[in-house]
Design a protein around this ligand. Structure first.
Ligand code: PLP
Length: 421
């Protein structure tokens, strides 16, 4: 027996070593996958993952060294991902309600904390009811198919998030894609869609690549004129846009005109995971009966529910955190503009530093990391050709000094690489 073990160890085939599947089909698959991976590398669109050895926060420790890195690329807008009260709430929920439910909601996966969180989400958004999902990706995947039939139409902004696009693909409604935030085009498509029973306009509230905000007032006016419903994805708005952080609908004064909101618990609201739909009660009731990612996937783990629930409590107590983030966003945007950079969007903590050239975005991001600033470059196909950028995301837990160090590093690196004169 020991001989076999020694031979395996020498060949690198010990008990825990991965086994390659044998057979011609497996070999063919491996060749095809390797060639596809090579194509991705060749196209320069390979996404590598940096490994973090500390909690999520404004200052990170990277695995293999790299201490004190200032982090400007998380969706941790309010800094709640490592907030002590959020962590404590997660630990308490874990101890009281266990690690998980080992069940979907409708079999034996609903605990009092799930019902409490749904009630809290509905109250936060001033809607009738809410339903939890494992992610907002699931909420978007599960809503259109449950709600729309071939008798209906859905009109979607061309730059909507991938999960909205996938969710719409799954439904049988008639599909229209209008040009990004183009109200003339939306109106033309709404006219065409008059022949259908129901029209649903679907848009991100805030767009994650450009930091721009959907013209919801105009969208709601058109929806009223053409008898349509409005759906918004508030992943980059919930918790911080609007006077009390309710989101884009509050910011633009149309809370009573937007029918359906999908959002995430995985960004500003504690950053753990989870998503939800909130809106009219019969819609939420229908989703519980028909929405496939809800019906056929495990309940949210108690610790995750605990985080989100505490994050909402903190936001409903005070909007001081959201205000502090807004002030820091303003500081970054104005200092970068004064340094000569073009920042896309307006007043949003997503601050895309527009550079145009893909290589420039990539080498500048690398050089920023050498100066202790963690930012990410985006280029085609994630953003249109010629619109490469470095996306900076501001958080309430950045200090003014963090922001100023980031601007200084951008200025140095921009001069070095010819992005600034
Ligand atoms: N919608 C938008 C606009 C997003 O940016 C994201 C996340 O990147 C999602 C949906 C998916 O959210 P989640 O991470 O909860 O699945």
């Amino acid at each position: 027996m020991w001989r076999v073990a020694v031979v395996r160890a020498l060949r690198g085939g010990g008990a825990g070593a991965p086994r390659a599947a044998s057979g011609a089909a497996a070999a063919q698959l491996r060749r095809r996958l390797e060639s596809e991976l090579e194509d991705i590398r060749g196209a320069g669109t390979w996404k590598s993952e940096r490994v973090i050895a500390s909690r999520q926060g404004p200052h990170l420790l990277l695995a293999g060294g790299g201490a004190g890195i200032i982090n400007f690329c998380a969706n941790n807008y309010l800094g709640l991902s490592s907030h002590p009260e959020v962590i404590r709430a997660a630990v308490e929920a874990l101890e009281k309600f266990g690690a998980g439910l080992s069940s979907v909601r409708f079999i034996c996966g609903t605990q009092s904390i799930h019902k409490d969180l749904e009630e809290k989400i509905a109250r936060f958004h001033q809607r009738e009811d809410a339903i939890l999902y494992a992610s907002c990706f699931d909420a978007n995947a599960g809503i259109f198919e449950a709600l729309l039939t071939p008798e209906d139409a859905v009109l979607s902004d061309e730059l909507n998030h991938a999960s909205i696009i996938d969710g719409i693909r799954l439904c049988k409604a008639n599909k229209y894609r209008y040009k990004h935030m183009d109200m003339q085009d939306l109106e033309a498509k709404l006219k065409e869609a008059q022949k259908y029973r129901l029209r649903l306009v679907a848009t991100d509230g805030a767009f994650s690549m450009d930091g721009d905000i959907a013209p919801l007032r105009e969208i709601c006016q058109l929806a009223q004129k053409y008898d349509a419903l409005v759906f918004i994805d508030e992943c980059h708005a919930t918790g911080f846009l609007g006077p009390s952080g309710r989101g884009t609908d509050e910011l633009l004064g149309v809370m009573d005109k937007v029918t359906i909101i999908n959002s995430t618990l995985g960004k500003a609201l504690g950053g753990a995971a989870g998503g939800y739909t909130t809106g009219p009660k019969p819609l939420i009731d229908l989703l519980r009966q028909r929405s496939r990612p809800y019906l056929f996937s495990n309940s949210l783990p108690p610790a995750v529910v605990g985080c989100a629930s505490k994050a909402l409590d903190l936001l409903m107590e005070s909007n001081a955190i959201a205000q502090s983030m807004a002030a820091k966003t303003q500081r970054f945007r104005s200092k970068m503009a004064a340094a000569g950079f073009t920042i896309s969007g307006k007043d949003h903590p997503i601050c895309p530093v527009m550079l145009g050239d893909a290589r420039l975005a990539s080498v500048m991001a690398e050089d920023m990391l050498n100066r202790g600033i963690y930012v990410i470059g985006f280029s085609y196909p994630v953003v249109p050709k010629g619109k490469a950028r470095i996306r900076v995301q501001i958080s309430a837990v950045h200090s003014d000094e963090d922001i100023d160090r980031c601007v200084e590093a951008f200025t140095e690196v921009g001069r070095k690489h010819g992005a600034l004169s």
